[in-house]
Ligand binder design. Structure first.
Ligand code: IPE
Ligand code: IPE
Ligand code: MG
Length: 241
């Protein structure tokens, strides 16, 4: 059987266009394997590559991964700086590959509060891939759904609107995700049943898929399982036929 045959046999509209992932469980994976937490994060970062390619092969167009939350600063200084190092390493390592695969890379979150060298790297990778449209890989870095909404509201107020000018569309267009469709499918690894401040606005009608496996153990087959599960669901968006 060829790779992802079951997914590729689905009617195209049953394949999620946009998958968002809360990649959780790196620390617990490391602990179970008697490794340092940093080793868990390294294995997790490498797995992002594997799962990105699997999404491309399945015909998914957008993948958004939650890499660092506005609350993750409360971790030890060592862990935070290692996570920042991994993000930099990822962007440096994958820039040429993204261009080759015609992938647009974006970063959502409060980028202005990141270290200047990381900000410069983000700008460089975003600019170098801005015209590519085959696939869209988005990293949420220093991202919090509440923070994003607060920044969006500030941006709107700076334009001096009348109260009646404020619509859902105006708010949506000021979010970090203004040029991304809402996720069709949200996956969270690691066993927790919560969204931990991810995409609060955008997940309004997304389908959720939680699984117990830790992120470094999440495989292409697990992704296929999640997509097949999604394909069997009926999305009603509040309506009734
Ligand atoms: C997810 O793994 C990665 C980030 C939050 C950056 P964790 O580090 O949260 O792993 P656990 O939840 O402690 O196992
Ligand atoms: C969510 O995981 C954030 C990321 C995956 C980046 P956390 O491990 O930070 O979430 P909680 O603390 O379990 O809610
Ligand atoms: Mg966690």
């Amino acid at each position: 059987m060829s790779k992802f045959e079951k997914v590729l046999a689905l009617p195209p509209e049953r394949i999620p266009q946009h998958i968002a992932i809360i990649l959780d469980g790196n620390g617990r994976w490391a602990k179970e394997n008697h490794l340092a937490r940093s080793q868990g994060h390294l294995a997790g970062a490498n797995n992002v590559e594997t799962i990105t390619y699997a999404c491309m092969d399945m015909g998914v167009k957008y993948l958004t991964v939650y890499a660092f939350s506005t609350e993750n600063w409360s971790r030890s200084e060592d862990e935070v700086s290692y996570l920042m190092f991994l993000l930099k390493r990822y962007l440096i390592k994958n820039k040429q590959d993204a261009i080759r695969r015609r992938t647009r890379i974006r970063v959502i979150g409060n980028v202005a509060d990141l270290k200047p060298d990381l900000q410069a790297l983000i700008r460089d990778v975003e600019d170098s891939t801005a015209d590519l449209t085959d696939f869209n890989l988005t990293f949420a870095i220093n991202y919090g759904g509440r923070d994003e909404l607060v920044r969006a509201v500030r941006g709107i107020l700076e334009e001096g609107p009348e109260p009646s000018d404020i619509t859902a569309e105006v708010l949506r267009s000021h979010l970090d995700t203004h040029d991304l469709p809402d996720p069709d499918l949200l996956i969270r690894t690691g066993g927790e049943l919560r969204i931990s401040n991810f995409l609060l606005w955008q997940l309004a009608y997304s389908e959720f898929y939680f699984l117990d496996k830790y992120w470094p153990d999440f495989t292409e087959d697990d992704l296929e399982q999640a997509v097949l599960d999604y394909a069997g669901r009926e999305r009603r968006f509040g309506g009734r036929k």
